[in-house]
Design a protein around this ligand. Structure first.
Ligand SMILES: *Cc1c(COP(=O)(O)O)cnc(C)c1O
Length: 384
């Protein structure tokens, strides 16, 4: 299509679905990194790790290239092998399953509960077999999954618990930060998350017995970290590993973003509350449902979503919002029914809640500074 003044105009005044957060301090932080060490593991990396550790009950933290990389480290650390099974949600991003499949483990997909689209503990329990080694849970939309129940299930069956905390920085359950419940937790600092460094992540190591090996895997399977601490004269190759650590450039940017977690969370929760307050009166009555969060939920406003009763309603809503030049999006395809999900994994049942959400869940624009009144006006009109 050849752009004319109308389409150019309509592009420029569209409401973006997401805009990566910037503090304004990134250029200075990057300039500082450029004067010193630029490979990973330097001052900025340590600063980020210390901040993240403080935010997560002082658990040791390693900065990684992505949440995906942190999940891959988890799979290595837990010694997952071909034939082992890991229960994961079907309603999640690819990495929650692919990180385990990469070690030859079988992702076993479990359905979500509709009220918050996190993994359903009943389905998790039903998916356990003698081969199950771990459960990987996702705090969808930055709101805690049924973490107490899931932790109890993992404990009762001797399974490891991994939190895919990609979306949940700054969120808590009854005051306890998400990312501190599992043996391991993986955080994302991808540009689409609440705070970010373009691409980035972190591994939170809550099981003290995994810390030393995690440092080795992180440094390509060497004991370089012990050498850095002056504990040994030479470092050498001792285990599996890869290059999991980001450069100081990413860490420099992340360090200023981390300073703003509370501010970003507050701004997003404000938006989330506004959406909830304005849209709640229109919900139910067989048209659409809003998320239902129970007590103790300290979510971080990462995503606001509506679940329409049928695909036709979701399509009509999306079209109507597009007319107002407002971008809204569905989210995950049911992972158990993707080409790789079918080949490498196994589904526990049909996952009907996930299948429904694949077609009927719509996310609204959500970022500090979004023109929420315009979104709401258009949404009210579309939902009337
Ligand atoms: C974003 C996301 C990931 C991947 O994060 P990266 O940092 O891009 O690897 C994994 N899981 C979930 C639930 C996510 O939302």
């Amino acid at each position: 299509m050849i752009p004319d003044s109308r389409t150019v105009g309509s592009l420029s005044d569209a409401v973006e679905f997401h805009r990566p957060y910037l503090t304004g301090r990134e250029p200075a932080a990057l300039a500082e990194v450029l004067t010193g060490t630029m490979h990973g593991g330097g001052t900025a990396t340590r600063r980020c790790q210390d901040m993240l550790s403080r935010m997560h009950n002082d658990a040791p933290v390693l900065l990684t290239l992505s949440c995906t990389a942190a999940l891959e480290m988890s799979a290595l650390l837990l010694d997952l092998r071909p034939g082992d099974e890991v229960i994961v949600p079907s309603f999640t991003f690819v990495s929650s399953a692919s990180a385990f499949a990469l070690r030859g483990a079988v992702p076993v997909f479990a359905d979500a509960r509709p009220e918050d689209m996190t993994i359903d503990p009943v389905q998790v329990e039903a998916a356990i077999t003698p081969r199950t080694k771990a459960i990987c849970v996702v705090h969808y939309a930055g709101a805690p999954c049924a973490i107490d129940e899931l932790k109890a299930i993992a404990g009762a069956h001797g399974l490891r618990l991994i939190e895919d905390a990609a979306q949940s920085i700054g969120a808590d359950f009854y005051g306890r930060p998400l990312g501190t419940f599992g043996d391991l937790a993986a955080v994302s600092f991808h540009a689409t998350k609440n705070i970010h460094c373009g691409e980035g992540g972190a591994l939170i190591i809550n099981d003290p017995e995994l810390v030393e090996r995690a440092e080795v895997l992180w440094e390509k399977g060497t004991n370089r970290k012990r050498w850095v601490r002056g504990e040994i004269d030479k470092y050498t190759w001792i285990d599996l590993g890869s290059s999991f650590l980001p450069s100081e450039l990413q860490a420099g940017m992340l360090s200023v973003q981390l300073e703003d977690v509370e501010r970003v969370t507050a701004a997003r929760r404000d938006l989330w509350d506004t959406y909830m307050r304005e849209l709640a009166p229109l919900s139910g009555s067989g048209r659409f449902e809003l998320p239902q969060l129970g007590p103790g939920i300290g979510h971080n406003g990462h995503i606001f979503f509506l679940r329409f009763t049928d695909m036709d309603r979701a399509d009509r809503f999306t079209a109507s919002m597009a007319e107002a030049r407002i971008k809204v999006f569905r989210h995950y395809v049911a992972l158990h029914d993707t080409p790789a999900g079918r080949r490498l994994g196994r589904a526990n049942g049909d996952c009907p809640v996930t299948r429904h959400a694949e077609n009927c869940l719509i996310r609204l624009p959500m970022w500090p500074g979004v023109d929420i009144q315009r979104v709401l006006d258009a949404a009210m009109k579309a939902l009337a």
